[in-house]
Design a protein around this ligand. Structure first.
Ligand SMILES: [Fe+2]
Ligand SMILES: [Fe+2]
Length: 257
């Protein structure tokens, strides 16, 4: 069984990159299940109802979010009713789910997301303790965790904390792919950050001139997605043993076009 996980899809170029690559990769690599991080899909902030439906049409099975989960108001029209959208488990909110379990041809696949505390919203509960509580209850064959966090140390620690207890820990949020993908000693596939699917030449998705102006001149221009130029498509493929459900391999993908 092969799972494709696509990193943070950012605005127009992210959608273009997704559309131009996912179906081809699915066919070439015989992908069974597609997870996409959609927290930046709508103008860089959140996921509206139209883009949610679009992602499903494009083949996504489950969509994860992040710190921007609720920035598009229309997400409240559907997030409580669907079983294929995951917001961080340890985020304090009355809406959405921190994990979902999907039946794929008799295989129970859980997709769970947590958000970091380090350099992020201090109100978030502990990603470690909240995950532990959920894992004590779950009896899924495959568990994929999206660890949405800023600090590499927090993500590395999370990977080790749940090594052998989950199938994969895949970092998101920094939008920069790391080169540390591997299978940990306990059998969990791990990467600190899958990277972003979006503009190549922005500053983690945003028009670069706006960010440089902010650093150089204390500029206050509104953040606007870098919607022109080349894109980067960042993802990982996890190859999972069909009998033991252990991760056999994790492979990174980074396409620039
Ligand atoms: Fe993001
Ligand atoms: Fe994020």
């Amino acid at each position: 069984m092969k799972v494709l996980f696509v990193g943070d899809i950012f605005s127009k170029l992210g959608r273009k990159a997704f559309e131009e690559n996912v179906k081809r990769i699915k066919n070439e690599q015989k992908i069974n299940f597609i997870i996409a991080n959609g927290e930046n899909i709508s103008h860089g902030k959140g996921m509206n109802e139209g883009h949610y439906k679009w992602l499903l049409e494009q083949g996504a099975n489950v969509i994860t979010l992040g710190n921007h989960s609720f920035q598009q108001k229309s997400i409240l029209n559907f997030i409580d009713d669907v079983n294929n959208v995951v917001r961080p488990l340890n985020m304090v909110t009355d809406h959405g789910k921190g994990y979902v379990t999907v039946n794929y041809n008799g295989v129970k696949i859980t997709v769970l997301q947590v958000i970091g505390k380090v350099l992020m919203d201090e109100n978030n509960l502990s990603p470690f303790i909240e995950t532990k509580k959920v894992l004590d209850e779950l009896d899924s064959n495959i568990i994929i965790c999206d660890m949405h966090a800023e600090a590499t140390s927090e993500k590395v620690a999370y990977g080790y904390a749940f090594d052998g207890k989950v199938t994969a820990v895949l970092g998101t949020h920094t939008h920069v792919q790391t080169s540390d993908a591997r299978i940990l000693d306990g059998g969990t596939a791990y990467i600190t950050d899958v990277g972003m699917t979006g503009p190549l030449d922005g500053v983690i998705g945003v028009e670069k001139s706006i960010i440089i102006d902010r650093y150089l001149n204390d500029g206050r221009q509104r953040f606007t997605p870098a919607d022109t130029g080349k894109y980067q498509f960042c993802a990982v493929i996890i190859d999972i043993d069909d009998k033991t459900y252990k991760a056999k391999n994790i492979e990174t993908i980074r396409i620039i076009d």
